[in-house]
Design a binder for this molecule. Structure first.
Ligand code: ADP
Ligand code: MG
Length: 687
């Protein structure tokens, strides 16, 4: 339960003076439904205006406050054109006030002819004429006091002005109660940060105050880390399974290759964790193709050796089926019973799998993430491996751990190349193993950026590739306008390629029925399909080592992490692999730079770091923490800069006995509620 002292901040904006239904709507559009939302809605800049007596072209480009008298209205010949008010200063110098968007009625009312008005706005020089487009304010002289020389500029929606928001923010600020400090005093003084209240006031009143904004960003990052640390503490306080495999099954595993050093290290780290009664929380990070599946397999077998069951969760049906096929092939000879459970297993087959899990006759379950939403009873679930987890947020991880009487060990695997520091933002509660070494014999993938105009050559190249027995992926662009757009584009491309290559062309997309998808994927695995046209359904995990060519259409429309994942479908065998990025013709500078980066490096982490730099703040955290609110105050770059400190401090605070009971802990609790990490506190209560 949220502390009562915070209630005024969480009251609806409609409780504020002057907020009626007319204003509530645009506020809601901006996500500003409560006082706290207003406080965290920070201005993006500030306008400064100078009071002037006479209009002077030298002031063009500046904000001004000046008294003007309207002399004439000039409508436009076209209804969409601007409406102009000609006005003069005390000396008769003229300026044109320009209103777009059918505003003539409003302009006439604001600006009756031959009456003085005080005008605030930006003076511009248009050819020889001075003009002010959409004045910020126009008031009669007796209300001139309302106009201020300095004013923050807020992100807006139609129907509300920055001034209105500033007034509401002022009211919200008055309602902030006195709060204890949650930031460590020495850190606060070392960084020169103001207190929370002062930081809010400064961030709104003076948007250039970097210290104030930094403090608030830190508060957000710290709240997030604290929540993750509480998740960690609560999971680890519970008793899990101490699983010590004896190696008898792993010794029998028939591998066509030796594990890499990195794989061996990761396996050892996982075994070490699983031998403890404290539940494992471990992230396995490894670029695409680094061989995470083998690590998962070995860990699952170890769990079974110790008498427990294991589960492997995949984000897509295709990937679940692929893992199931691989595990069954490898593990049936060892006498292990592997089963699959997805939304598609129905009726008797499903019943029998559920029974096998409950009575322990099924050793390993492969499934989609969806199966964890429902009741599946295990005899003794000792290890859960979550593959390619970027669609699997903290909330789901928590739920997973919370289900059983004894939480299973948890291994989360990801190839999403995010910068190291940002890993902490998403997986701060986990220990990390890294596969920083590729299996031997890998050829670097050659990447080329090609203009879409050269499509014919690309198609001819694909033809030569498959004529020599090769296989290729052809990925179709994201179509944003409609949900079915992606699939339609893929269908059209497949049809065009079939005209060239006949039945050797297969197609998979999101809307196809499961069994249809399976059949196509299986045919591609067997090399009966040579060109697989696909949407991003093949983005993660799909492993067909013979495919050495991938064409990605509309490459500029994909995120870099996504392109890197897609490219990772090739370069899995020993053949020289090629990735062709087809681009449109009108590219922005940033798009060009991003594609060039893809061409120049195969290193996922480097790509992630550079992508962060090229895109600037904000975007990268879009996928974080499903079920929880995303970042509001800290952009990606700030997060990256602040997180190591926040992480260490949060860990310190929660690791100390009774962390949140101590005085600073009590303050930190309030912070968690402010940023709505209530679930973490609830968890703490629960035990
Ligand atoms: P990812 O980390 O992307 O999940 P996979 O587990 O799919 O990678 O492995 C990629 C490919 O590398 C697979 O074809 C797999 O069989 C192969 N592979 C994995 N480990 C090794 C190894 N130690 N030596 C050679 N090939 C390996
Ligand atoms: Mg994989």
């Amino acid at each position: 339960m949220r502390p009562e002292i915070l209630n005024p901040l969480f009251a609806e904006t409609e409780a504020l003076k002057g907020v009626g239904t007319a204003l509530a709507k645009p506020l809601a559009k901006l996500g500003l439904t409560r006082g706290i939302d207003l406080l965290f809605h920070l201005p993006t800049g500030v306008v400064e205006r100078r009071r002037i007596e006479r209009l002077d072209p030298a002031d063009a480009g500046r904000g001004v406050i000046v008294t003007l008298t309207a002399t004439e209205y000039r409508g436009s010949s076209s209804p969409r054109g601007p409406f102009r008010v000609r006005a003069v200063d005390g000396e008769g110098n003229a300026v044109s006030l320009v209103y777009f968007g059918n505003a003539s009625g409003w302009a006439r009312k604001q600006f009756p002819l031959n009456e003085p008005r005080v005008v605030a706005g930006r003076l511009d020089l248009y050819g020889e004429t001075l003009q002010i487009v959409h004045p910020d304010q126009v008031v009669p002289p007796e209300e001139a006091g309302e106009i201020v020389e300095r004013e923050p500029v807020y992100p807006l929606s139609a129907g509300i002005t920055s001034r209105r928001i500033a007034q509401l923010v002022a009211q919200a600020l008055e309602r902030v109660p006195a709060l204890p400090e949650w930031i460590e005093p020495s850190l606060l003084s070392a960084r020169g940060w103001p207190g929370f209240m002062e930081a809010l006031e400064h961030a709104h009143g003076n948007p250039q105050d970097a210290k104030a904004r930094e403090r608030l960003a830190y508060d957000e990052v710290f709240a997030n880390q604290l929540a993750l640390m509480l998740v960690r503490a609560s999971t680890r306080r519970r008793k899990g399974w101490a699983l010590l495999g004896d190696g008898r099954l792993r010794a029998k595993l028939d591998l066509p290759y030796k594990p890499t050093g990195a794989q061996a290290r990761a396996i050892a780290e996982i075994e070490g964790d699983m031998q403890q009664e404290t539940p494992m929380l471990r992230l396995l990070q490894g670029d695409v193709g680094s061989g995470k599946t083998l690590v998962a397999t070995m860990s699952l077998i170890a769990a079974v050796e110790a008498g427990a069951q294991g589960a492997l969760l995949a984000p897509t049906e295709i990937l679940a089926r692929q893992h199931f096929a691989t595990l069954q092939r490898q593990l049936s000879p060892l006498g292990l019973n592997v089963a699959i459970l997805t939304g598609r297993e129905k009726g008797r087959a499903r019943e029998s799998t559920l029974m096998g899990l409950a009575d322990g006759s099924i050793h390993i379950l492969v499934g989609t993430h969806a199966i964890f939403q429902e009741a599946v009873t295990y005899k003794e679930l000792g290890l859960v491996v979550v593959d390619e987890q970027h669609r699997f947020g903290v909330a789901q991880r928590l739920m997973l751990a919370g289900k059983a009487d004894r939480p299973p060990h948890m291994l989360v695997m990801t190839a999403t190349p995010i910068p190291r520091t940002l890993t902490l933002a998403q997986y701060g509660e986990m220990d990390v193993s890294r596969l920083d070494e590729m299996p031997p014999g890998r050829q670097p993938i050659e990447t080329k950026v090609i203009a879409i105009e050269r499509m014919d050559e690309v198609v001819a190249g694909v033809g030569r590739h498959i004529a020599g027995g090769g296989q290729a992926y052809w990925v179709c662009p994201l179509v944003e306008e409609s949900e079915t757009g992606d699939d339609a584009a893929a269908e059209a491309r497949a049809a065009a390629l079939r005209e060239m290559f006949g039945e050797k062309v297969g197609l998979v997309h999101g809307r196809m029925k499961g069994p249809e998808k399976d059949a196509v994927m299986a045919a591609f695995q067997r090399n009966e399909v040579a060109v697989l046209v696909a949407t991003t359904v093949i983005e993660v995990g799909v492993d067909v080592p013979n495919a050495a060519l991938i064409v990605i259409e509309g490459a500029e429309r994909f995120g870099l992490a996504q392109l890197h994942q897609l490219r990772g479908r090739v370069g899995r065998g020993t053949a020289h692999s090629v990735c062709l990025l087809l681009r449109g013709s009108a590219l922005s500078e940033t798009s060009r730079a991003r594609l060039a980066l893809m061409r120049d490096t195969n290193d996922g982490f480097l790509i992630a770091e550079e992508d962060l730099r090229l895109r600037g703040g904000g975007e990268i955290l879009g996928t974080r923490q499903s079920g929880e609110q995303g970042a509001r105050l800290a952009d990606a770059q700030q997060t990256a800069a602040l997180i190591p400190t926040a992480h260490d401090d949060a860990r310190l605070l929660t690791d100390r006995d009774g962390g949140l009971e101590a005085p600073r802990g009590q303050a930190a609790r309030i912070l968690l509620y402010l940023f709505e990490r209530d679930a973490a506190v609830g968890l703490l209560r629960a035990g």
